[in-house]
Ligand binder design. Structure first.
Ligand code: UTP
Length: 289
């Protein structure tokens, strides 16, 4: 199996859950302590062996492009002030062998449409997709775990997690059967009512997909909310080829919701080398008060 080198990051959603914070900046730039969500996602992709990063951006693309670009003025200023640790920190955001490409999604027509925008950049090779608002704390990273399964099977892989049945209406839900130690997907349905959900296994923002998905996305009619749903194309892909659901090891934080975002901030804050201990004391003090 050829290793996968390309990873797509759809970052063109409207991010309405975080308005007004997301009025002029994508939600993927929201920081968890001192690092934006998109940087955690990029680090996970690079760790998994990806070297070509494809960002599908919307109207607020500037900040993401700037974040991964060289910042001449800031670097000069930090060098002048002898702040060399900080200088290293901003210079080493991306390894030298990694390239970034930015593609505009002209309208937020859904996740499926965002992925389709990557077609020309991806070409015919299998590729990975990461949704940065699903922050996954895992060792090795969730995408690296999925790559290992891809290397063994060659099938499309979806990252999944057992969720609360009451929340099935917020996820793509898969029904699986266990064969040869893997969870093969039998069906996938977008945001079912808990009474209709085939299981409590929700697809979270990690995918390894074949380029065939682009043909299927192209032919799709728009779904209920007028959006092109990735889940609908995955359901069609399932008629043609095997797909595996991987319940990866690790903790996921739904940083697309305010509560999930706060939970991630607390978890990452508590183990932050600079402020972790003081933050723990602070939380304890606030709890007592
Ligand atoms: P969400 O469903 O979370 O939508 O998208 P959203 O617009 O970002 O957030 P809310 O619900 O309005 O708060 C899941 C992922 O797909 C991307 C988003 O940026 C996010 O990473 N996306 C979604 C796009 O890139 N384009 C779209 O048209 C829709």
């Amino acid at each position: 199996m050829q290793p996968i080198r390309k990873c797509v990051f759809p970052v063109a959603g409207l991010g309405t859950s975080f308005l007004p914070a997301t009025k002029a900046s994508p939600k993927e730039m929201l920081p968890i302590v001192d690092k934006p969500l998109i940087q955690y996602a990029v680090e996970e992709a690079v760790e998994a062996g990806c070297t070509e990063l494809i960002f599908i951006t919307g109207r607020n693309k500037r900040s993401i492009e700037d974040h991964f670009d060289k910042a001449y003025e800031l670097e000069t200023e930090l060098a002048y002030r002898n702040k060399l640790k900080l200088l290293d920190l901003i210079q080493d955001i991306l390894p030298k062998n990694v390239t970034c490409l930015y593609i505009r999604q002209p309208q937020a027509l859904g996740l499926g449409h965002a992925v389709l925008c990557a077609r020309a950049a991806v070409g015919n090779d299998p590729f990975a997709v990461i949704l940065a608002d699903d922050l996954i704390d895992a060792q090795p990273g969730a995408l690296a775990q999925m790559m290992a399964v891809y290397q063994q099977t060659g099938h499309a892989i979806l990252g999944v997690e057992t969720i609360d049945y009451r929340d099935t209406g917020s996820y793509g839900i898969v029904e699986t059967e266990t064969r040869e130690g893997w969870e093969y997907i039998r069906s996938i349905v977008e945001k079912p009512h808990p009474d209709d959900a085939p299981s409590d296994m929700g697809v979270v923002g990690r995918y390894i997909l074949p380029a065939r998905i682009f043909d299927l996305l192209t032919d799709l009619p728009r779904g209920i909310s007028g959006e092109i749903q990735l889940t609908d194309a995955l359901s069609r892909l399932l008629r043609e080829q095997s797909m595996i659901a991987l319940p990866f090891q690790g903790s996921r934080y739904d940083c697309g919701s305010k509560l999930g975002y706060l939970k991630a901030t607390v978890a990452y804050g508590l183990r932050h080398p600079e402020v972790g201990e003081k933050f723990a004391l602070l939380l304890e003090k606030m709890r007592v008060e």
